[in-house]
Write a protein that binds this ligand. Sequence first.
Ligand code: GLU
Length: 474
Amino acid sequence: MASETGKQVVTRFAPSPTGFLHIGGARTALFNWLYARHHGGKVLLRIEDTDRKRSTQDAIDKIIEGLDWLGLDFDEPPVFQSDRAERHAEVARQLLDAGHAYKCYASPEELEDMRAQQRANKQPMRYDRRWRDRDESEAPQGAPYVIRLKVPTEGETVIHDKVQGKVTVKNAEIDDYVLLRADGTPTYMLAVVVDDHDMGVTHIIRGDDHLNNAFRQLPIIRAMNEIEGGWPDPVYAHAPLIHGADGAKLSKRHGAVGVEAYRDEEGVLPEALFNYLLRLGWGHGDREEITREEAIELFDLDGVGKSPSRFDIKKLQNLNSHYIREADDARLASLVAGKLGDTAEVALLTKAMPVLKTRARTVNELVEGAAFLFKSRPLEMTEKAAALLDDEGRARLAGLSVRLAKENHWTIEALEATTKSYAEELDLGLGKLAQPMRAALTGTTTSPGIFDVLVLLGKEESLARIDAQASLAG
Ligand code: GLU
């Protein structure tokens, strides 16, 4: 399927490496990916690594790893913006030669004076176009210069943004910004436009913090289209940024903002984050649970909301518990084993998963729930568990141990029947017996059903744990 412009859809995600994949960036990537997949187009990745200090290999790897974890694949190898400086400079020269750009010889001191004056006069702080109409003959001999874009000063620029609607800016408000620095290096604004064109990008879907940039980028596109043709306006869609619960732009002070933190610290599954990020700013009726396949089928730009959505960890956890219940047991077992370390057995975890996963909202909670399986004797007790193992509790365990030892069928039904009849013998509610059992078997006061615990631990280990506590009875 092609876009409404009749061409194959090409979208891109263009992160600047900052050390991790930001939740907001991940959502932008997701929207670009879904739009391309929905239209049978292409989605590309461009690493905007022109800030060499921040763009370490590690920062780049983290972004690629985060995207990969979310299952967002790209149709071509990544483009590195820093590799393309010569091409960016070439376009700046073309604009210069065609009269759409000019050399500016203003020194940094001169520009500082200009800004100080503007500040004093309470004027907007903007380059005053002092070299725009000067003749080359006025240029100081051999002095360094920058190349600035000659932005039309009359009229206005209109963008029919797919999310924001019609947005108009007076051209006089757009400054003649620098395209090429005095040392010949391109600016970010030029690089983005040239790369988008050369990568054949048809749809630019990104955060609305870039809406102002669109008005600065379009004059380059239009000038190049005039010069050589083949530079159509892209379709723009600027999605509102994600906010925190307090309504302020999502930042570190709201907690984790990196995708890897949700994976590692919060124990979120990729399909849950995928679904959550999709719903964060895009809706299809009141559907909450939407699979990857459904998302590809349903996604469009009309469904992207105009007002910022608030990040809600509770909603993410709810979706996560849904996806945990849906997930394959062996897969969850190996995730949990990875977090538990060497002592964990994947086979036992897989067997335990059906009872563990009904109780967990996160992989971390699965880990907590599974920990009892691999504890070594004598079990370390939480304070509450220790309190249940008073003389009375231990005496009950001792009696129970004798009966369980005779059990030939180590099944939930048989164990339940035996335990119940012993409780009746003692004239106790089942809970009064189950509580010290839980303490002895798990070292805690919360666990899956006590008969599930017995079955998962097996007869030998269960009795050994019970006896280790019962034998201490005074
Ligand atoms: N590199 C920019 C960012 O990380 C995005 C540029 C764009 O999408 O045009 O915010």
